[in-house]
Structures are given as structure tokens and as C-alpha cells.
Design a protein around this ligand. Structure first.
Ligand code: ADP
Ligand code: K
Ligand code: ZN
Length: 433
């Protein structure tokens, strides 16, 4: 079902013209209310009247995470404090948290874009939906929560923690949909096994997964173990929170709510705009935000954009899977390595659990990469020959995918720490030196 076909199925011309008008208003707002942007624009000799169409966006300055930190806490706020009704903080995966603030209208846009996402996953008023993102300063919990209420389904604010009780609720309340991190979805599946619950015992049908990068192979794993369809849900607190983009039934790219969040892909080194289809850094401009609007915010997430009508009927541009964040990318002996590449490889092999850790060290000025991966219970044995053969097979596959050799360390089942929020897959000891 399409929640708002007026906005999700516009022609390209209509969308561009709406975006251009909104951009002009936004630039006037930040020019007048945010000294940071006024100064930047004056330095570039750009004024609100120079921004008339959406193509004019390339004249505007970028915003970085560092700009948010430098203006901590409220320096980039465009609305007066009396208009602000909520504050969140980014989860601070990398560095200090940053503060974001919302007006009442911002919150209504947020619950609108979340409702569009849930409708695209096939959630209706008849569903009972568990929000298992953390509630609190993190945008995941409350962001998804108000979307479910706006759509009219029944929301169960489970948050994380207390997983056995949560699973009993999933069974007893006939919960049909869940929003959580892919890491937590796996943890649910493992806990079900421990409790002796099978996917036939529960009615779960739809998963909305996001807040961290995940691969196609991880999707298959979770779908199979929980007996559901898993859809991507993307967002970041600086721009809004979950609901910036969402997958439809086609599961082929995530539709961007581009009437509110205008996406661009740039080359992160030269900052030049890249054409659709090219991989680069994703940049967003918050076209309608009032509390803390941002011009050309550099997400550091790497992906590409696809234009054109989707088989689902929507016309909003789609983004491909996030390869990783530029700050997740490891450079090992000069070669770029993403944890998601390792994830893809181990999930293709039945011998391994989807639990892994990349450990990077520098020994005698040379980078070393160790990949720790859990062996599945039924493949784990005392037979050294078998274990060595398994290790060699994984070492060879990793070498062909990563183009560098990794030292594989086979781990016992359940020995790598589980996460209920965002999973941790990298320990880079080089930073300590
Ligand atoms: P932090 O930057 O502290 O992690 P957020 O909680 O706002 O703060 O996280 C936003 C980031 O999470 C995004 O920039 C992106 O890297 C990642 N993310 C969110 N949703 C997804 C998704 N569906 N796929 C991949 N990465 C995602
Ligand atoms: K995240
Ligand atoms: Zn679609």
C-alpha cells in the first residue's frame, strides 16, 4: 500500500519544482536565523535569491559532523527555543554525540515519513508492531514509535533488553511486525532457539531493519531464521532519524523521502557531484525542517542513487545498500576493506555463524588483519584436520574478495559478544599507537 501517493508517485518535473521551491525557502530561513550559514554563504558570495531551482543546490556550502560538534549544542538551530518540542542525540558511534532539535512540525513530518515506510512494508492498522530500537536519546525508538501510531497499527514499545519476555509477547500478542537492528534480529533468533520457540510458533511477518549496515546475505539469514520478510529502513539523527528512506515490496533499493530530504552523491575527495548510478558519499539537505535544518550534510555513508519508476509504482529516487561509512572503511596495507565484505563471505558458507570481528594491528610497520568468526555448533569439532580445512577454505575466499590475506581465527559458538543495538565488528588497535 502507498501511504501518500501524492508525494511518493510524483513526476520528476513536479518533484523537482517542489524541491526547488522548498530549497529557496529553506535557504532564506537559515540565512536569516543561523549565523553559521549566513557567514558561510557570504564568504562564498551566495545569497538566498541565487537559489531558485533545485539544481542551484551545488552553489551552497556543505555541512559536516564537525560543524555540528563545533556548534554544540544549539548553534545550528534555526527555530527559537520556545518552538522546540523535542531533542535527540546521535548515538555517537564515532566520537562525541551531537544534539538535534525538532519543532512540532518536524515531528509530524517524521511520523509521516515513518508511516510511508511502514505502509511500504505491508503494515496496516490491523497489525501489532513491536518497536525494538532503543528508546531514549537515540532516534530509533521514538522515531519508529510515532510512525506506527500515525499509521494506526498497534505499537508495542518493547525497546531492547529482556529478550525472553519480548519473545513471549511476540507469541502471545500475535505481533506481526518488528523494527530493530539486524544484529538484534539475529539475537532474537538465537534466543528463540534457546527457549525452544520455532518460527511456526510466532506470527511475525515483517521486519524493518536499519541503524547499521547489513548485507543481502544477512537479509536471507534473518528472513529464513525468523520466517519473515526483512526490509531496509534508513535514517540518521542529523537529518531526522529512521524514515529518511525505506524499501518497498520489490526489495530493490530504498525510496528516499525526497520531498523532505534531498539526496546527492558526491566524490568525498573532490566534493564534486556524481551522476546517478555512481558510488560515492551520500549528502542530504533537509528541505522542510524547522528546528535544526541542514544544508548538504555529508553523511559519510557510501552508496549510489537510482532514478526511474519502481515496479511498486513509486517514483522517488532509490538509494542502494550502504556499503559502509567512510569512517568504517579500513585501509589495510593500502587496500580498502569494509566489514560488510567479510559479512557477505561468511554468510555464504554454512559452516559459520553470522558473528564476526575484524581485528587490525600494526606489527613491524605492517598492518595485519585477523578475522575472528564463530563456527556453527554442528560444524565445530575436535577433528583438527577438518577445522584446518575449514579455516583454509575461508582464508582463500576472503583473499579473493578482499585482495589481501587475513589471518582467520575460528571461534567457538557463542564466543563473540552479541549486540542488542548496533553491532560492533571492528577492533582497530592501530589507533592506540
Ligand atoms: P551515529 O552516527 O552516532 O551512529 P545515528 O544513530 O543517527 O548516529 O546513526 C546513523 C547512521 O547509521 C547512518 O549514517 C548510517 O551510517 C547508519 N545506518 C542507519 N540506517 C542504516 C541502514 N538501513 N543501512 C545501513 N546503515 C544505516
Ligand atoms: K547507525
Ligand atoms: Zn518501489
Amino acid at each position: 500500500m502507498i501511504w501518500n501517493s501524492n508525494k511518493e508517485c510524483m513526476s520528476r518535473d513536479e518533484m523537482s519544482s517542489l524541491q526547488g521551491k522548498r530549497l529557496h525557502k529553506l535557504v532564506e530561513l537559515v540565512y536569516h536565523n543561523v549565523p553559521f550559514y549566513r557567514n558561510k554563504m557570504q564568504a562564498m558570495d551566495v545569497y538566498p535569491d541565487d537559489i531558485r531551482t533545485i539544481e542551484d543546490i551545488v552553489k551552497l556550502p556543505f555541512t559536516t559532523k564537525q560543524d555540528l560538534r563545533d556548534n554544540y549544542p544549539y548553534g545550528l538551530q534555526a527555530a527559537s527555543q520556545s518552538e522546540i518540542v523535542r531533542v535527540h542525540a546521535s548515538s555517537g558511534t564515532t566520537g562525541n554525540p551531537t544534539i538535534v532539535s525538532y519543532t512540532r512540525k518536524d515531528l509530524s513530518v517524521w511520523s509521516e515519513v515513518m508511516a510511508r515506510s511502514l505502509a511500504a512494508y505491508g503494515i496496516t492498522r490491523k497489525d501489532t508492531f513491536s518497536v525494538s530500537y532503543g528508546y531514549g536519546l537515540f532516534t530509533g525508538g521514538l522515531g519508529a514509535h510515532y510512525g506506527v501510531e500515525n499509521l494506526g497499527a498497534t505499537v508495542i514499545p518493547a525497546s531492547t533488553g529482556n529478550t525472553e519476555k519480548h519473545l513471549r509477547l511476540i507469541r502471545d500478542l500475535h505481533i506481526t511486525g518488528i523494527a530493530c537492528t539486524p544484529s538484534y534480529a539475529l539475537y532474537l533468533a538465537e534466543t528463540m532457539d534457546k527457549m525452544g520457540l520455532t518460527k511456526e510458533d510466532i506470527d511475525l511477518r515483517v521486519g524493518a531493519f536499519g541503524a547499521e549496515p547489513w548485507t543481502e546475505n544477512m537479509r536471507r539469514e534473518i528472513e529464513e531464521r525468523l520466517g519473515i520478510k526483512g526490509y531496509n529502513l534508513y535514517g540518521l539523527s542529523e537529518i531526522m532519524g529512521p524514515g529518511v528512506s525505506y524499501e518497498c515490496q520489490e526489495q530493490h533499493g530504498s525510496h528516499v523521502n525526497e520531498d523532505h530530504f534531498y539526496p546527492e552523491i558526491i566524490n568525498p575527495d573532490t566534493l564534486e557531484l556524481l551522476p546517478n548510478g555512481r558510488q560515492g558519499e551520500l549528502v542530504f539537505t533537509t528541505l522542510t525542517k524547522e528546528g535544526m535544518p541542514l544544508l548538504r550534510y555529508r553523511t559519510r555513508d557510501l552508496c549510489s542513487l537510482m532514478e526511474g519508476k519502481c515496479a511498486c509504482g513509486r517514483t522517488n529516487v532509490r538509494m542502494g545498500r550502504i556499503m559502509g561509512r567512510s569512517d568504517d572503511m579500513l585501509i589495510i596495507r593500502g587496500i580498502n576493506v569494509f566489514p560488510s565484505q567479510v559479512e557477505s563471505v561468511i554468510l555464504e558458507m554454512p559452516e559459520f555463524e553470522p558473528h564476526y570481528m575484524l581485528v587490525v594491528n600494526r606489527v613491524n610497520n605492517l598492518d595485519t588483519l585477523q578475522v575472528q568468526v564463530e563456527v556453527r555448533q554442528d560444524y565445530f569439532s575436535d577433528d583438527i584436520g577438518r577445522m584446518l580445512a575449514m579455516k583454509k577454505m575461508l582464508t582463500d575466499k576472503l583473499k579473493s574478495v578482499l585482495s589481501i590475506s587475513a589471518d582467520v581465527k575460528l571461534m567457538e559458538p557463542n564466543s563473540i559478544a552479541r549486540s542488542q543495538g548496533k553491532g560492533k565488528h571492528v577492533t582497530d588497535n592501530r589507533k592506540l599507537n
